[in-house]
Write a protein that binds this ligand. Structure first.
Ligand SMILES: NC(=O)c1ccc[n+]([C@@H]2O[C@H](COP(=O)([O-])OP(=O)(O)OC[C@H]3O[C@@H](n4cnc5c(N)ncnc54)[C@H](OP(=O)(O)O)[C@@H]3O)[C@@H](O)[C@H]2O)c1
Length: 339
């Protein structure tokens, strides 16, 4: 049994982490913390009544170090980078759900998150936690940078194309839609029911902070510079992301060939489901699961590929993937707690 801590238990991803970890046979949750929120977890989240007696404390390094082998940081970006170094120095394993350790260049972090990085010394230790693509590195990692929700759907949807045919790609356009929980628990006027319900809109057009993360890891897979055009939208639903990805090719490809190599690429991956040609992912099929569903189509002239990719932003896009990473890091069955 390993001992796990969740920092940020009063947030949406913290809640989903606890829900998954309470069902995990190899883990005991021994520490939960937040910043201003304290008290019994079943008072903070009444759905945990009769499931746990855990009490949320104000976060302290000493409390986390004393009680945990692994610590999940479900904190806003800029908070994690104040927290990671002390935990690593105490010999703990850390899975950070924020953006603080995903970008490898501090200049990019400053450009997109508008603050200086305060823990650049640990950036090189961080492994990007997409197990389907970086499993062996995750296995040895002490610090995992859990991917963003939009990047998870985008990178899994594009990885086979950019790994195998990078030279054939003319342009990549991602039209992404997310439910409201992607913004976390904070109160904001634009996220109120009366603003979101019966509505649909684009936001941060060509200016979303997940763009450099997607570019960085696609470029890594392609072994050349990749740049996406990325436009997110807000859907009037709680959870779920659907991305429609347009890939303009230089030379044509046949749909059956594309389908075969996507199927082969993800053949051994439980959590990535490549749907049959003619079928399309639906948010209702992936919500509250750790699956990423992928649909494929090719235009008649063979030069436009459309990949559709759907995940639950709080599960495969955050807490489910974080537990999948923990399973890999500690040698548990990768699907434990997640099916
Ligand atoms: N929501 C998603 O779909 C999603 C997907 C992928 C990644 N992420 C990332 O995961 C992280 C958490 O997201 P979320 O949506 O769960 O956020 P959230 O709902 O806003 O919750 C944030 C949590 O962090 C705690 N916190 C803030 N500052 C703290 C500090 N200094 N020390 C200890 N705890 C502190 C808050 O506690 P208090 O209640 O005490 O303030 C709260 O529990 C973010 O970095 C986010 O970008 C989120």
């Amino acid at each position: 049994m390993i001992r796990a801590g969740i920092v940020g238990i009063s947030g949406f991803s913290g809640k989903v982490l606890l829900d998954i970890l309470l069902k995990h046979t190899g883990v005991r949750v021994t520490y939960v913390a937040a910043h201003t929120t304290t008290g019994r977890v079943d008072h903070i989240w009444p759905e945990f009544k009769n499931r746990t007696d855990l009490v949320c404390e104000k976060y302290t390094l000493a409390g986390a170090v004393k009680n945990c082998d692994v610590i999940f940081l479900a904190l806003p970006h800029t908070e994690s980078m104040n927290t990671v170094d002390g935990l690593l120095a105490a010999g703990k394993k850390v899975i950070d759900l924020s953006a603080d350790y995903r970008l490898k260049k501090v200049s990019l972090y400053k450009k997109w998150y508008h603050v200086d990085h305060k823990d650049s010394q640990n950036l090189s230790k961080a492994v990007y936690g997409l197990p389907e693509l970086f499993r062996e590195k995750v296995r040895k990692a002490r610090l995992v940078a859990n991917p963003g929700c939009y990047p998870t759907a985008a990178i899994l949807g594009l990885a086979p194309m950019v790994s195998i045919y990078p030279g054939n790609i003319d342009s990549l356009t991602i039209d992404a839609k997310s439910g409201v929980s992607g913004a976390g628990r904070k109160v904001a006027e634009g996220l109120m029911h009366s603003f979101v319900n019966e509505n649909f809109k684009a936001y941060r057009v060509l200016n979303h902070q997940h763009t450099p993360e997607i570019d960085q890891y696609l470029s890594h897979l392609a072994k050349r510079n990749m740049n996406v055009t990325f436009v997110p939208h807000l859907l009037p639903i709680d959870s779920g992301i659907l991305e429609t990805i347009y890939i303009r090719l230089k030379t044509k490809i046949f749909d059956k060939k594309l389908f075969e190599f996507y199927r082969k690429f993800y053949k051994t991956e439980t959590f990535v489901r490549v749907l049959d040609l003619g079928s399309q992912p639906e948010i209702r099929n992936i919500v509250k699961t750790n699956f990423c569903d992928i649909g494929l189509a090719v235009s008649e002239d063979g030069r436009m590929v459309v990949v559709t990719s759907a995940i639950d932003n709080l599960v495969k896009g955050a807490s489910g993937q974080a537990v999948q990473n923990m399973n890999v890091m500690f040698g548990f069955k990768e699907t434990e707690g997640l099916l």
